[in-house]
Design a protein around this ligand. Structure first.
Ligand code: AMP
Length: 188
């Protein structure tokens, strides 16, 4: 199985590059942000709970996020591998993912980190907010909070995967095609 953690701050291009990688390597996509948004749209209890954190640009608590990810993983049968997009975002989530995958007889192959500086992220997210319909992309204060959450809680995971010799840094500034070439090169 090819299991990739596609990592990076909000606005780094994880969604776009996930689509490319899925098509190229025939993988299954697990995006915790997308799953939360589907739950919000569906008016579920989980959606309501997640929304209260997402609206502030804060991370949804680990216990809720981990349980949801595991249950979505179990729904997908006979996969060649997974792209974890926007998960893990904390060390507790990374630990839980390692243990969960081990229980399934597999593991993370590589963590690919898209690197984009904070100023560029702010610009991209405000631009995306004009068409994405996402309220968390429209308010500079919420965006700033999401970037801060990333820098304080999520960025340390580079070290976590580095220790496992799985971390690769990818320049997230360039054309979509250039970045995709770098991602493929890192996987070959
Ligand atoms: P994203 O679509 O990945 O930018 O996620 C949007 C929002 O969903 C984040 O700002 C968080 O509030 C929440 N979220 C998504 N994934 C996670 C996660 N792994 N852990 C905690 N919160 C998450």
């Amino acid at each position: 199985m090819l299991n990739i953690v596609l990592f990076g701050p909000p606005g780094a291009g994880k969604g776009t590059q996930s689509e490319n990688l899925i098509k190229h390597y025939n993988l299954s996509h697990l995006s915790t942000g997308d799953i939360f948004r589907a739950n919000i749209k569906g008016g579920t209890e989980l959606g309501l709970l997640a929304k209260s954190y997402m609206d502030k640009g804060e991370l949804v608590p680990d216990e809720i996020t981990i349980k949801m990810l595991e249950s979505e993983f179990d729904k997908i049968k006979d996969s060649k591998g997974f792209i974890f997009d926007g998960f893990p975002r904390t060390e507790a989530q990374a630990d839980a993912l390692d243990k969960f995958l081990e229980s399934k007889g597999t593991s993370i192959t590589k963590m690919l980190a898209l690197e984009v500086d904070d100023e560029e992220l702010m610009k991209r997210l405000l631009e995306r907010g004009k068409s994405s319909g996402r309220s968390d992309d429209q308010n500079p204060e919420i965006i700033r909070n999401r970037i801060n959450e990333y820098n304080s809680k999520t960025a340390p995971l580079k070290n976590y995967y580095s220790k496992q010799h799985k971390f690769t840094s990818i320049d997230g500034v360039g054309t979509i095609e250039e970045i995709f070439e770098d991602l493929k090169r890192a996987l070959n």
